[in-house]
Design a protein around this ligand. Sequence first.
Ligand code: RIB
Length: 308
Amino acid sequence: MEKKILVVSSANMDMVMSIKSVPEAGQTVIDKGSYTYIPGGKGANSAVAISRLGGKCTFLTRLGADANGDALLSLYEREGMDTSYIVRDTDTPTGLATIFVEESGQNRIIVFPGANQKIDFASIDRAIDSGVDALYMQFEINHDAILYSAKVASERNIPIFIDAGPADKTFPYDKLPRLEIFSPNESEAYELVEIRPDSDENCYKACLALSKMVDAKYIVIKLGGRGAYIFDGEKGVTRPTYDIKVVDTTAAGDAFTASLALEYLDSGDIMRACDYANASGSLTVSRKGASSSIPTLYEVEEFLKNQK
Ligand code: RIB
């Protein structure tokens, strides 16, 4: 049966600038690149991934009562998400991210969270009461909303998936209940435990340190072009990813973790889920933008067929 995933997380409008390279402090450069506005936000990107891959997604976020909020909400509706619990805030604007994408495809992101920081407990209660099979979160929203959602979900035995982006050392990780999967990327793992996961040995060490911080069945470190490292509390293994030309890495981590959660909920097989997530993440880096780069179920299935 199709699982229903509740995403309690962020929504941003992304202002994306394609540039040669970021200027030094105090330097002004004229860059003949381009800029554009693309719907993003770590939570929204994951919610889009779940919906495009055929999952049922309820998205709980908070938007401003402004034009960016209107544009984002209409995208979520077009993607077929349940948006019944999204609140429009009349005092605070919709989240905004400024993203610089360099020619190499690497990005730098600054987020102005806006209304994302005001997700309220009553909306969380209503969304969970609607009946969901899993809870999925990241760290771009207010801490109390993350802790409250996790508490309510765990009291009801609803499995919890957390993507660790963006790394937040101030979050009280010890207050989280047991998670199904906790997934940082390389730089987030480094920020959280000060071990760079640049070899199998260091991935293992980083996961051991992370497992003392967060109680999770699996820790999955996203390693970019090297794939992902899966740690089950005792041992770990690197699952390589696919060869692909990198155009823009924005949202690849969001698509990866959402695809991992979706496939894991379906099959219960973490290795299979990781291969699937690697495919989804690979397709995402091969295109520009956040939500605009996230693949459909058909695209991921065709991609995987062509790898055999
Ligand atoms: O992970 C990429 C996302 O991070 C962007 O879409 C931006 O909005 C920030 O939340």
